[in-house]
Design a protein around this ligand. Structure first.
Ligand SMILES: NC(=O)c1ccc[n+]([C@@H]2O[C@H](COP(=O)([O-])OP(=O)(O)OC[C@H]3O[C@@H](n4cnc5c(N)ncnc54)[C@H](O)[C@@H]3O)[C@@H](O)[C@H]2O)c1
Length: 249
């Protein structure tokens, strides 16, 4: 129960990786704030937290809206009195031909994945710095910050942006004792894991596709006060895929 007295905000915690991260902290005794635009999904996560582990809260939040982000932080303070950890996980991947991607679509992906990430970090840091022991922020990037498939310009740009934003924030927030790191997941299966094919698993040096719990454990590691010598860093959690040479022999 390393996080028993911690208040943790997880954006995008209604589904997939965010839900896994929220449950990971709840399992360690934290009070978890589920922040998501999807009410139904978020309430399902909240039910899991409250029926299994104890203490959670849902605050409906669209990370595109600066006012809703301020409300998220203020409400968390009103109810729990402090913020120790922020996991910036909310994100969308909309792939479209480079020739067809409109300005509106580009802006929307940037506003959710990158601007939302910055605004949540800025607003959470205003409270995290009040703690004697500071706290930590983890931004969820992607291995697509470093490698690409076709038609992923907006998404890739946000994830590269998160990589750079992370080390900039780590420098700016150092005197407030706030650690800032990112995690770059590879293929994390958020659907039916049992439907994956043998080849899906075998192509990974780890010999399996990732799960939300893999990212959750990385978050727990990076936000554990015992690991406070790590800041401004990016941790790749991809079963070795970005280390694999793909020349065919
Ligand atoms: N699944 C993967 O393989 C993978 C790989 C690399 C990176 N990631 C990143 O991990 C994060 C989570 O991905 P996932 O696969 O769990 O996705 P997901 O679609 O399953 O979940 C994303 C969550 O974010 C929420 N969300 C979307 N727009 C929002 C907004 N404007 N405001 C608040 N919440 C919003 C959704 O409602 C949803 O609950 C994303 O940042 C994604 O880019 C995922």
């Amino acid at each position: 129960m390393n996080f028993k007295d911690s208040v943790v905000i997880v954006t995008g915690a209604g589904n997939g990786i965010g839900r896994g991260v929220a449950l990971g902290y709840a399992n360690e005794g934290a009070k978890v704030v589920v922040a998501d635009i999807d009410r139904e999904a978020a309430e399902a996560t909240l039910n899991l937290i409250n029926s299994t582990y104890g203490d959670g809260l849902f605050i409906e939040t669209d990370v595109r809206d600066p006012k809703q982000i301020t409300h998220l932080m203020d409400e968390t303070i009103r109810i729990y009195g402090k913020i120790n950890i922020l996991i910036n996980n909310a994100g969308v991947s909309r792939f479209k031909s480079v020739y067809e991607l409109s300005v509106e679509e580009w802006d929307d992906v940037l506003n959710i994945n990158l601007r939302g990430n910055f605004l949540c970090a800025r607003e959470a840091a205003k409270y995290i710095r009040r703690n004697d022991s500071g706290g930590a922020i983890v931004n969820i990037a992607s291995t697509r910050a470093f490698m690409s498939e076709k038609d992923s310009e907006a998404y890739a740009a946000t994830k590269g942006g998160i990589y750079a934003l992370t080390h900039a924030l780590a420098m700016s927030l150092q005197d407030d004792h706030i650690l800032v790191n990112s995690i770059s997941p590879g293929w994390i299966e958020t659907g039916d894991y049992s439907s994956l094919r043998n080849i899906d698993h075998k192509q990974h040096p780890s010999k399996r596709v990732g799960k939300p719990e893999d990212v959750a454990r990385a978050c727990l590691f990076l936000t554990n006060p015992m690991n406070d010598f790590i800041t401004g860093e990016n941790l790749i959690v991809d079963g070795g895929m970005t280390r694999k040479m793909i020349y065919e022999h």
